[in-house]
Every structure is written in structure tokens, then in C-alpha cells.
Design a protein around this ligand. Structure first.
Ligand SMILES: [Zn+2]
Length: 95
């Protein structure tokens, strides 16, 4: 609780803080599912260059809010990553 209060004070004391800035009104581009957007895109679990786009530097599967994939394709991506891990294309973990 004390931490939260400090954070708020820091923000208010910061002279660089723009008072008009509202993160809710931030202009953001609508993300298009990489698989829906490109009909030629093939999710090949044997291809490291394709699969590495959907994992972070620790080897974890990226969430939908980061990949921008639709629910259906995020499931496909997850499955492909798990297959890629089994055949050692992708690592399970990375320090
Ligand atoms: Zn999709």
C-alpha cells in the first residue's frame, strides 16, 4: 500500500509528466492476426525462424495481446511451439 502511494507521488512530482496524457486515449494500431492477415503464411513447426517470433527470449510462449493472433490461431501457434520443443527446434527454457 505504501509503495502504491509513493508511486503516485513520484508521478505527480515528475516534471516531465504530461498531464494531458491519458493512456486510455493513446492511439493504437489495431493488431491483425499474423495468420489471418497473410494467407500465404504457413505455421511450420520445423522452421525455427517462423517459430521464434512467437516465443520471448526466455523461450516462453507469447500471449495473444503480444502476438496479435486470433483465438483460433493462437491455439495453432501454441500447438506448433509445443511440437517444435519436442523435436528440439525451440528450447523449453533459456536463461
Ligand atoms: Zn487468425
Amino acid at each position: 500500500m505504501a509503495d502504491k502511494k509513493n508511486k503516485k507521488n513520484n508521478r505527480n512530482n515528475n516534471k516531465n509528466y504530461d498531464e494531458d496524457y491519458n493512456p486510455r486515449l493513446r492511439k493504437q494500431r489495431k493488431k491483425v492476426c499474423p495468420l489471418c492477415g497473410d494467407p500465404n503464411f504457413v505455421l511450420d513447426y520445423k522452421n525455427f525462424d517462423i517459430m521464434k517470433k512467437f516465443v520471448n527470449d526466455k523461450g516462453k510462449i507469447l500471449p495473444r495481446r503480444t502476438t496479435g493472433a486470433c483465438a483460433k490461431h493462437q491455439r495453432d501457434i501454441t500447438l506448433a511451439i509445443k511440437r517444435a520443443r519436442q523435436i528440439a527446434v525451440l528450447p523449453y527454457t533459456q536463461d
